[in-house]
Design a binder for this molecule. Structure first.
Ligand SMILES: [Zn+2]
Length: 504
């Protein structure tokens, strides 16, 4: 007898509805899977047979053919265990259910004792199922909270095959409560109120957060670059509901969602170590996984000790920074993951770290310093809008008892400036000033006579490159937005120009 169960797979960050057709006929006992199954799907036979037996069912001693449709999409992972088990139970007549199953999506991994284990990628699957009008989804209990983030689809969360049988026979209600608390509260671990001094850097970070500008901090070890970076998430603009879902999808696919926090409310902050490989940074691998650039999507990628990163890893960053997505080529498909992140980088001014400070400790030769700085290529440096120097903090500042401004106060200004940008770019495919193209800059960063003169002077006296021009205008636009001014004024421009130190 033939049975049809709807299930789902993942293509990149999107869910894709599939169909499991199970047919059992008499003849030589065999288990055949067709429709581009990968090794983990082919291996399912052993899991299925043990799980069925240990749940009080029998694995049919017949010819079992399972077709995974459509045939041109590679079927990966263990999502198909549960729909295949259900298909076998229906086709072999061990479960007889009158109810219509065509509006139901089923997925989940089976363990040998019949328990149903959580799988990754639940959220994108549910979003796609809802979009296509499915009314019900049967999934592992531990994925229930994540699924209930989406309204308008009934979530049946089950723990094992016996429970599934009870549910189907109407003996047990397994509907996951949709009013369960999914509201994760936002809580920041570090606050700028605890950072003494460094007012200039805090200001630069406020601008970076408001306009989404990439930023580089240069300073000696111990000047507090890492501490400042750790505080940075606390001043980032609040996430919209849409952004939350988009970011959560990536964590869902990577299997990094915590059950108690099924929906990300806080912008991600990723800080990989400098020994990271290019693949871990950008994503890929035999079983493709989103890399750090995608996990930082809509948030921050913090690279401390930037020159220590492998050269090919740094070069691999250029494309995701430019295109805001990563494309991974595979044998029979290409996968894209979004990677619209803000880059925050830290580095020492020289190999020993003390160049330019008052201690006179630096013994690095000019060649050593140049070689150190050259590890960051010009094209990468060119994609960083803000360059700042983080000085060593003076004793007077450290001893100062006065509390610094809190992150909450700064975040309020950042949110206001971001809202101005969202309104201004409502009809454009961009969200913030950092995304402005040269053509848009002409429209949105117009300068008056006085401002033209100022930037002209800066170009001649500071010997700025042509590429710096657009960077400065975008920055000045953000500074004007923070100031709640419609037009860019000389003070905004002057501040923007001083963030291009490495240009010289
Ligand atoms: Zn040195």
């Amino acid at each position: 007898m033939l049975s049809i169960i709807k299930s789902c797979t993942l293509i990149g960050v999107e869910g894709f509805i599939t169909q499991i057709e199970t047919d059992i006929t008499s003849g030589m006992p065999a288990f055949i899977t067709v429709g581009l199954p990968d090794a983990s799907v082919k291996e399912a036979k052993d899991r299925l047979s043990a799980a069925l037996k240990n749940s009080g069912f029998v694995f049919p001693y017949k010819r079992v053919t399972i077709n995974l449709a459509p045939g041109d999409i590679k079927k990966e992972g263990t999502h198909y265990d549960l729909p295949m088990a259900l298909g076998i139970l229906f086709s072999s007549g061990q479960l007889v259910v009158e109810a219509d199953f065509s509006d139901t999506i089923v997925f989940g991994e089976l363990s040998l004792n019949g328990e149903i284990r959580a799988v990754s990628g639940t959220l994108p699957i549910i979003i796609e199922a809802k979009r296509q009008g499915y009314r019900r989804v049967i999934l592992p209990y531990d994925n229930g909270a994540e699924a209930s983030v989406v309204d308008g689809i009934e979530v049946i969360a089950i723990k094992n095959l016996c429970e599934l049988q009870q549910y189907l026979y109407g003996e047990k209600d397994c509907v996951y409560p949709s009013d369960s608390p999914v509201e994760s509260t936002v809580c920041y671990t570090s606050d700028f109120a605890d950072v003494k001094g460094q007012e200039n850097i805090k200001r630069a970070m406020e601008i970076a957060a408001a306009g989404g500008h990439n930023m580089l901090m240069i300073g000696p070890p111990g000047s507090g670059k890492t501490m400042l970076a750790r505080c940075f998430p606390s001043i980032l603009p609040d996430m919209t509901q849409e952004e939350s879902l988009e970011s959560t999808k990536i964590y869902s696919i990577a299997g990094l969602l915590k059950p108690d926090k099924p929906l990300l409310k806080q912008r991600p902050f990723r800080a990989p170590h400098h020994t990271i490989s290019a693949v871990s940074l950008t994503g890929g691998g035999r079983i493709p996984q989103p890399g750090e650039v995608s996990l930082a999507h809509l948030g921050v990628l913090f690279l401390d000790e930037l020159p220590e990163f492998q050269k090919n890893a740094l070069e691999a960053l250029r494309q995701p920074i430019e295109d805001k997505l990563v494309t991974i080529s595979r044998v029979n498909a290409t996968i894209t993951y979004p990677s619209s992140f803000m880059l925050l980088a830290g580095m020492n001014p020289c190999p020993c770290g003390h160049y330019g400070d008052d201690s006179n400790r630096c013994r690095c030769s000019e060649i050593q310093i140049r070689r150190y700085l050259n590890r960051i290529s010009a094209p990468l440096l060119d994609r960083i809008d803000i360059h700042t120097e983080v000085p060593n903090i003076s004793y007077e500042k450290l001893a100062d008892k006065k509390a610094a401004e809190s992150s909450e106060t700064i975040r309020a200004r950042v949110n206001a400036a971001r809202q101005i940008q969202l309104n201004r770019y409502a009809t454009l495919p961009i969200l913030m000033n950092a995304d402005l193209t040269p053509r848009m800059i002409e429209t949105y960063c117009r300068l008056g006579e006085q401002e033209e003169l100022l930037i002209k002077q800066a170009f001649t006296t500071l010997n700025l490159s042509g590429r710096a021009y657009h960077r400065i205008l975008k920055l000045a636009r953000t500074i004007a937005d923070l100031d709640e001014k419609r037009n860019i004024e000389p003070a905004h421009l002057a501040e923007a120009i001083q963030y291009r130190r490495l240009e010289r």
